[in-house]
Write a protein that binds this ligand. Structure first.
Ligand SMILES: [Zn+2]
Length: 156
């Protein structure tokens, strides 16, 4: 059987982030490459931050999506360099994140003290409440204008 990279990419575009289910691994830009050598499929991913617990889950979901479609020789390679940056995230991904009520990251790994745009009212008069929001990958902010708390996506 000839394995098409395009087909694999298509299947992978259905794999979502376990913590932000509206985002696919394509939106996040963590899928770096797909290599096919005969029956062997290698998927190369870069975690949004080293040691992110959701990455194990994402690897498993990638395998499951492929196994479900009859692909069995799957190798997942994690590449840490170059490190992930928010530039790899698609505009579509940033938009979906905002619609989901989470502020998209501005710069790699940074947790701004203030000035993060509120995903609800677009105010930038916001403040950092906690470096850890609902999960370790998010920081918690509060908007001074609409008073609503919101999450800021800091890693994957
Ligand atoms: Zn607001």
């Amino acid at each position: 059987m000839d394995i098409s990279k395009e087909k694999i990419r298509q299947l992978l575009s259905t794999v979502t982030d376990p913590e932000v289910p509206v985002l696919t691994i394509m939106d996040l830009g963590i899928l770096r490459d797909v290599k096919v050598d005969g029956e062997q499929i290698e998927i190369i991913i870069t975690p949004t931050y080293t040691g992110c617990p959701a990455m194990d889950m994402i690897s498993m979901n990638i395998k499951l999506a492929l196994i479900e479609h009859g692909y069995t020789h799957i190798k997942i390679t994690t590449v840490l360099s170059p490190a992930w940056t928010t530039d790899w995230m698609s505009d579509e991904g940033k938009r979906k994140l905002k619609e989901y009520g989470i502020a998209a990251p501005d710069k790699k790994f940074s947790i701004p003290k203030d000035g993060v745009e509120c995903p609800l009212c677009n105010s930038t008069t916001t403040r950092l409440v906690s470096e850890f929001g609902s999960t370790a990958c998010k920081a918690l902010y509060q908007c001074n204008d609409c008073k609503e708390p919101f999450d800021y996506f800091k890693c994957h």
